[in-house]
Each structure stands twice: as C-alpha cells, then as structure tokens.
Write a protein that binds this ligand. Structure first.
Ligand SMILES: *Cc1c(COP(=O)(O)O)cnc(C)c1O
Length: 408
C-alpha cells in the first residue's frame, strides 16, 4: 500500500482549535444551554474569524463581478497573477505606488500564499518564527520537511524567538540564525502587539546582516490606528532586498469566506546565487495555483475605491470597538494586557497559571470560549488570547460575565 508523507505525523496544528471545540462540546453536554436563561448561552471570543456582513459598496463589487461572468461581453477566465486593475490598485493604495504590477501577485489568501511560499526555498532552509506565532508558519515548514532534525519534544529545526512581556513582545534579534527564513507578523496574531518603526528597522538590519529573508505577514495592517506605526515592511529602507510581504482582504474587508489576498515580491530580492525570487514566485503561482476568483477580485477592486476604503475603516473600527470593551474589562479586573488597540486581539497575562486551566475557568464560570496562549508556542504559556471578532451584543454579554467573574 502507498505510504504516508512522514511530515504529516509531525504536524501539531490541527490540534489547538479541534481541542478547543472538543472541550466546548464536552462542557455544553454537561451544562446544557437553557433558552429561557440567556446567561447559560456559550459565547465565543476564541476564533480569528470575521462575523460582520460585507459592507454594501464592496459587496456590490462582488455582485457585479458575478454578473460580468454571465455575459459574453464581460466574461473572463484565468487571470494568472491577478487582474491588472487590482494589482495597480493595491500598489497605489497600500504602497504609495512603489511597486509595479509585476511585483504584486494576487492570491486566494495570505495563509494559502504562506503555505506555497516555502516551495521557493525547499526543505533545507532554517526556519525562524516569533514565539508565540500563527500556526501555519511552523506547519507549512513541517510539511515541506524544513523542520528537521527532530527533537524529542517537537520541531528541532525551527528556531522559536520568544516574544514576552519582558522584551515588549519583540524578539532578541541577536539570536536570529544566519541564512534563514523568518516569519514575522505585525500587528501580531496572537499577541496583538504592533512593531514600531524602530523595531522594524532593527529587524531589517538584522536580516541584511545575517542573510535572512523576512516573510512579513501584514494581515492586520488596516487595524493600525497609531499613525507612527508602519503598516507595511516596505516603509523600512533596505526591505526590498530582504523581504516579501503577504496580506489579504480577509480581516479588513470581511473576506474570510470570499478568499482574496496578495504577495509583494520586489524585483530587488535575490537568492544567494543571484537568481530572482520574484521570477520564481511567478513560476510557482503558475504551476500549482491558477489565480484568485474573478468575483473576489471584483470585490477587491471595489474595496480599493474611496467608498470601499471607508467601509474597511468602518469594519476595522467596529472590531476595534469590541477589542476596547474586552481590554477595559480585563484591566478593570487587574489583568495586564497587550493588543486590542492596533489589532483585533487582546493578549491577557495570568502569571504562574497554565493557559488551559485559565481557559477552563473562564469557560466554566463565564461560559466564554477563549484561546489558550500555549497553543501558539511555548512562550504563550500563562496567556489567553481574546478575539474581538464577534457580534457586539455577544461581546457585551461576554464582558459583563467576565467583569462579574474577575471582580468576585
Ligand atoms: C487571518 C490571518 C491571515 C489571513 O489569512 P487568509 O488566508 O488571507 O484568510 C494571515 N495571517 C494571519 C496571522 C492571520 O491571522
């Protein structure tokens, strides 16, 4: 019989969220919801999935995109790296026109691009992640075999750089290995911390010094409110020679179910042998990916018009309003937190406690589902991630229960 890819046995993700769901089911079975008592309803602040409808102008773009496919005059098939109008629009709106359309590749989402990106480097490249981190960086590396040699306790070949309260959630770059692929996410999932310009300058200078390539995940860039904080790594001088950026409309325009993202691969970016990363990324996109949905792209084009950008600000502002409620209630309860101001995640610290125990306590006492920080890496131990993605009434109810719990 055919044998299994041994890398699959090394995967740890696919563990965290199913385990949360299992515990939620178990709790719900033991403590059934009573429709007559709203306080028995379980509320989730646990997942990074959007809940609000797509706003009218952007939704109109999607509808128009579907209509165009139904008429001979406007029908379109494969669009390879993406519609020119969308690539130009992304460069203009998010990068001040600094990139040519040939440097912007439209995709079906940032996570999907992250999963394909490692094909550029193969299994032999050392991988570095912030700890805690978004699980696909590690698991994408594991799948391509980039994580060996294996330690008994997990991913021997992946370097975890702790991001903790002690270092302001920014890693010690002296520990960055040479010639490595470094996944860096800001504003961060799960910590909610947004890197400053100074920190990103240090990141780029370390990457150049050590011959590393940065994969900069800017999925939450539109949540940044502080005008001093960079929204893209390409605001930092020197970044074109050592970084690619992935981003998407998922969290900014509510496109988690629509699927539309992009990767910027600058022309200046070269491998050790001098070959072009941009040219290879184009080849990979054409080989194992045939482009994003034309309907989604029409939605993206609408999102980049003035009215669409206003809707993006409105939607991010709504979730940030949820985050503020969550953070305020935690802080009133004496819990120290980071995030929630330039990101939709609040990262709450419970010193000396096990993340899963705190998770269980909040589920039991408040009937609120959260995410245990330890599920994102060893440095997430003793933290809980609160997600601001939720309906306002649910978030208010969850906050009222949390307040009662924390102040009792
Ligand atoms: C949600 C999220 C993404 C977006 O993924 P898509 O595939 O574009 O939906 C990317 N990176 C991080 C860190 C995220 O949390």
């Amino acid at each position: 019989m055919i044998s299994r890819n041994p890398c699959l046995a090394r995967l740890k993700a696919g563990y965290l969220f199913p385990e949360i769901a299992r515990r939620r089911r178990e709790f719900a079975a033991a403590h059934p919801e009573d429709p007559a008592r709203p306080e028995t309803r379980i509320i989730s602040l646990g997942v990074g999935n959007t809940t609000e409808p797509i706003l009218p102008h952007i939704n109109g773009g999607l509808i128009e995109g579907a209509r165009r496919l139904g008429k001979a005059e406007t029908y379109s098939g494969y669009t390879d790296e993406g519609l020119l109008e969308l690539r130009e629009g992304i460069s203009r709106v998010f990068y001040g026109g600094a990139f040519s359309p040939a440097e912007i590749f439209i995709s079906d989402g940032a996570k999907c691009d992250i999963g394909r990106l490692q094909l550029l480097f193969g299994g032999g490249t050392p991988v570095v992640v912030q700890d805690p981190s978004y699980p696909v960086y590690v698991d994408g590396s594991v799948l391509i075999g980039a994580a060996g040699p294996w330690g008994d306790s997990g991913y021997g070949g992946i370097t975890y750089l702790p991001c903790t309260a002690e270092n302001g959630y920014f890693p010690d770059l002296d520990r960055l290995p040479e010639n490595a692929l470094f996944y860096f996410c800001s504003p961060n999932n799960p910590t909610g911390a947004a890197a400053t310009r100074r920190q990103l300058e240090e990141l780029i200078s370390a990457a150049v010094r050590k011959g590393c390539l940065i994969v900069f995940d800017a999925a939450y860039a539109e949540y940044i409110q502080d005008p001093q904080l960079p929204k893209t790594i390409f605001e930092i001088p020197g970044s074109r020679e050592c970084a690619v950026e992935v981003n998407s409309f998922s969290k900014s325009a509510g496109f988690t179910g629509v699927r539309l993202g992009w990767t910027v691969a600058p022309k200046e970016l070269k491998y050790a042998g001098g070959e072009s990363v941009n040219a290879d990324w184009g080849r990979i996109a054409g080989t194992v990916f045939n482009g994003a949905s034309n309907i989604a792209q029409a939605g993206g084009i609408a999102a980049l018009r003035e009215e669409g950008l206003r809707e993006i600000r409105e939607l991010c502002g709504f979730y940030l309003g949820n985050a503020k409620l969550i953070r305020e209630v935690l802080e009133r309860g004496g819990i120290s937190c980071v995030g929630g101001d330039n990101s939709p995640y609040v990262w709450a610290r419970f010193p000396g406690r096990d993340s899963w125990d705190v998770f269980a306590g909040i589920l039991e006492k408040c009937r609120v589902v959260t995410t245990p920080g330890s599920g994102f890496g060893p440095s997430g131990q003793s933290f809980i991630r609160f997600s601001a993605f939720g309906r306002r009434a649910d978030v208010e109810e969850a906050c009222a229960r949390l307040e009662k719990f924390l102040l009792s």
